[in-house]
Design a binder for this molecule. Structure first.
Ligand code: GDP
Ligand code: IMO
Ligand code: MG
Length: 429
């Protein structure tokens, strides 16, 4: 009947995977529309933890079809590993359930090698990418030299294309970066093998979604990364190479805007970021350690994909207002509210200060952003453990106030609050 879009409202890792899993129960199709295996989405069902990188987070619901959309970049080796790991855990990943858009692009070992070489060359200005080859694969796509998934239908043809692509990349790896070359023949043979395995999964993703919508079914678009990693609307150049925002969902799936019903922004109750780049509310020392956790809980702030400790800070409402506007959010979901339990005071950034001026809007110019200092309004905390709360009434008054404050300041309703990683640890507002 309609398309609902789930979007990260911050710098990624907001808990999009677990919210997708929650809402997937009502969907016919769950589709990833951008990014690749730079994403790490965690779904926890009955204490079992699933870490998904490419396969949509709807896969844990047996009846849901999962589509890897045209806006994504797919490393076939990673996809096949992820499929095998899920199959080993009893998840059905057959071609009737898992689909790959023919127009998605492929990531090769050359893209990974180029990502590493470019990051090494950037030195202290490194972006802190996930080194998964994402940037180079999208560069080939926009440069009209990419390898589309449709080539998987013809293993020998793909092998020829891959051979040529690796040979070209080797030239760049050696001449520009002084890096090691790849064995074009071996990689080409590998891709012919991937093609044999993956060709049954190829579909026209746009048609698949359209048919579901025509049959009165719901489709859920699962964002990867977050608004501030968006190539146009994030903290450029410290961003990813795709469009995690709502516009990216339409292009990345081949769906028109008239089909969209809800645009759901997912935000953590505080802020985190992996990799380099500006972060006005960033904390250090003991305060940061308190929000990050020590790593002993599975939800502590260490990257799902890279294991890197995430940078953390207080909630930044300047960011959320930007996310509301850029994405046209119709509602918000606040995750990890439980992490704030036990803190006496909760500073929340309501605006930035720059050269004596108060800024309500996120400045897109990094030089301006670098001069911004957060203006905090401090709310009272609560001491109770709230991981068992299932209704608003179960939350302490100050926890309810914290969420109301977010809704007021962003002029956008909060429809779900999550208080733990488990499927049931959610409050519907
Ligand atoms: P995504 O990339 O947006 O899907 O988020 P990640 O999965 O990378 O990171 C979110 C982490 O927080 C995961 O370990 C989740 O299991 C966990 N998580 C999600 N929601 C909650 C919550 O409400 N409370 C707690 N404690 N953990 C949560
Ligand atoms: P999910 O979907 C957090 C960050 C990287 C780096 C920048 C560019 O789990 O929220 P890339 O490898 O994409 O070229 O890296 O983007 N990044 C993410 N940070 N969560 C993610 O995904 C991310 N995907 C990329 O850390 O700063
Ligand atoms: Mg993640």
């Amino acid at each position: 009947m309609a398309l609902d879009i789930i979007i990260g409202a911050q710098w990624g890792d907001e808990g999009k995977g677990r919210i997708t899993d929650l809402l997937a129960a009502q969907a016919a199709i769950v589709a990833r529309y951008s990014g690749g295996d730079n994403a790490g989405h965690t779904v926890t069902v009955a204490g079992e933890i699933f870490k998904l990188h490419l396969i949509p987070s709807g896969i844990i619901h047996p009846g849901v079809i999962c589509l890897i959309g045209n806006g994504t970049v797919i490393n076939p080796a990673v996809l096949l590993r992820e499929m095998a790991a899920l199959a080993a855990r009893g998840v059905d990943i057959g071609p009737h359930r898992l689909k790959i858009s023919r127009s998605a692009h492929l990531i090769t070992p050359a893209h990974v090698a180029l990502d590493k070489a470019k990051e090494a060359q950037r030195g202290k200005d490194a972006i802190g990418t996930t080194l998964r080859g994402i940037g180079p694969a999208y560069t080939d796509k926009t440069g009209r030299e990419g390898l589309r998934a449709e080539l998987l239908a013809d293993p020998e043809g793909l092998a020829d294309h891959v051979h040529e692509h690796i040979a070209r990349a080797n030239d760049v790896l050696v001449k520009i970066y002084g890096a090691e070359t790849l064995d074009a023949t071996a990689v080409a043979a590998q891709f012919a093998d991937y093609a044999q395995q993956l060709q049954p999964y190829l579909v026209d993703g746009s048609v698949l979604i359209d048919e579901a919508l025509r049959h009165g079914r719901d489709v859920l678009a699962e964002g990867a990364q977050g608004t501030f990693l968006d190539l146009d609307h994030g903290s450029y150049p410290y961003v990813t190479s795709s469009w995690p925002t709502a516009g990216g969902a339409l292009i990345g799936l081949g769906v028109g805007p008239n089909k969209v019903r809800r645009v759901i922004g997912v935000a953590k109750a505080f802020t985190s970021r992996v990799g380099s780049g500006p972060f006005p509310c960033e904390l250090s020392g003991a305060e940061a350690g308190r929000l990050r956790g020590t790593g002993e809980n599975p939800w502590d702030e260490y990257g799902t994909t890279t294991g890197r400790p995430r940078r953390v800070g207080w909630l930044d409402l300047v960011l959320l207002r930007h996310a509301v506007r850029i994405n046209g959010l119709t509602e918000q979901v606040i995750t990890k509210l439980d992490i704030l339990s036990g803190l006496e005071k909760l500073p929340v950034c309501v605006a930035y200060e720059r050269q004596g001026e108060r800024l309500q809007h996120y400045p897109t110019d990094l030089r301006v952003l670098a001069e911004c200092r957060p203006i905090y309004q401090t709310l009272d905390g609560w001491q109770e453990n709230i991981m068992g709360a299932r209704t608003l009434a179960d939350l302490p008054a100050n926890a309810r106030r914290y969420v109301e404050f977010i809704a007021e300041q962003t002029e956008t309703a909060v429809t779900y609050i999550s208080v733990g990683p488990g499927r049931d640890q959610v409050i519907q507002v």
